[in-house]
Ligand binder design. Structure first.
Ligand code: TXA
Ligand code: MG
Length: 350
């Protein structure tokens, strides 16, 4: 398959024409990668089983791992899912935006799209290109992140092209994704119960304030699934984000981390370091690859950089990667959730 990379913008005639072409491609049953405010998505018509099959194939994803359907208007959720007053409060507070809500599905969403589940995940992206693409396509767009299964989600069109050239019809390029980690996912069990399945830009604190119901946090957000335990979200059971080299998360002061890494004495290591620690690591380990991760308190920068750094670290052919352990609150929880997966839960408290 020939893959076209098209510049997508809503403020130029050429950019708009490219979005029109991509929307026609979706209607014709094609595959279009598009930018969102979280990460790039690999989209197709969300109302047809055969287009969902094409997505699973292009991504190399097991077909029991369901797709999120993307809508242009929060009210359109009712076309595909059993919405309720709790959904309306979440939609009012956070949509369009980086929130995905899992609810009971309606028959309009094929079983293939929802991985055989009775529920469906719905998201209304705020990114102008994504939003216009869905509007012009005239159908909901089923889309997982646009990476090959197991790789970090792509945050710019170059990363998409690495994984998806020859596998999709069109890649819409709008530069670097704003947030850089995937959307927050919550599940509505009933009017009075909400569960966090995947942390993201919208934090647990913000969700509780808007939902007016208690928020349960699925154990799988921070812990390893127990042997034989069913995953509340199918994606949780698959290996994710892991670079080829083992990753260890270090919980300690920079001095403790330097002493520990020095005591191991490996060649070809990579260190993901807060900006203020970069110089210290460089002088302690002149042969190491040091990746600057933003300031310690600047979790938005870290979220923006994480997946690109993991991809870069993979290309640098390292034997071991060290990274700091994020905190478990606010946006830190989203970083924690992605980084413990990259590290296969390997955390060292120094
Ligand atoms: O930010 C995002 O959410 C991006 C952009 C493209 O919108 N999409 C994304 O999709 O991250 P994906 O497929 O890579 O991750 C969606 C996760 C998967 O782990 C999947 O298992 C879970 O959502 N999921 C989808 N439908 C579900 C359902 N009905 N119940 C529970 N989990 C579900
Ligand atoms: Mg994904």
């Amino acid at each position: 398959m020939k893959t076209e990379i098209l510049e997508a913008r809503t403020d130029t005639a050429a950019g708009l024409a490219n979005i029109e072409r991509a929307a026609a491609c979706i209607r014709a049953g094609g595959l279009v990668v598009f930018p969102t405010e979280t990460v790039y998505g690999l989209g197709a018509d969300g109302t047809r089983a055969e287009t969902a099959e094409k997505i699973y194939k292009a991504k190399g994803r097991p077909s029991d791992n369901p797709l999120i359907i993307h809508i242009a208007d929060p009210q359109d959720a009712a076309l595909y899912a059993e919405t309720n007053a709790l959904y309306d409060r979440l939609a009012e507070a956070f949509m369009p935006g980086p929130l995905t809500v899992v609810m009971q599905a309606k028959d309009s969403v094929p079983m293939t799209t929802r991985g055989g589940l009775s529920t469906v995940a719905v998201r209304c992206p705020a990114h102008p290109v994504a939003n216009l693409l869905i509007r012009k396509a005239g159908v909901c767009i089923a889309a997982p992140s646009a990476n090959l299964s197991g790789k970090p989600s792509p945050t710019d069109a170059m990363q998409v092209a690495e994984d998806m050239t020859g596998r999709v019809d069109i890649i819409l390029d709008d530069g670097s994704a704003d947030f850089g980690l995937e959307s927050t996912i919550v599940k509505i069990e009933n009017e009075g119960s909400l569960t966090l399945l995947r942390p993201g830009r919208i934090t647990p604190e913000e969700l509780e304030a808007a939902a007016h119901v208690p928020l349960a946090i699925s154990d799988a957000v921070t812990d390893r699934l127990k042997e034989g335990e069913a995953a509340p979200s199918p994606g949780m059971k698959y290996r994710h984000y892991a670079p080829a080299a083992p990753v260890t998360l270090l919980d300690g002061t920079v001095e403790q981390c330097i002493a520990y890494i020095g005591s191991i004495g490996e060649e070809k290591i990579g260190i993901i370091a807060y900006d203020d620690d970069v110089a210290l690591y460089q002088s302690a380990f002149p042969n190491a690859k040091i990746y600057a991760f933003g300031k310690k308190e600047d979790e938005l920068s870290q979220a923006h950089l994480l997946f690109a750094l993991l991809r870069r670290a993979d290309k640098d052919a390292l034997v071991h990667i060290y990274a700091p352990l994020p905190r478990k609150s606010g946006i830190g929880l989203a970083l924690y959730n992605r980084m413990i997966r990259a590290a296969s839960h390997h955390i060292l408290h120094l």
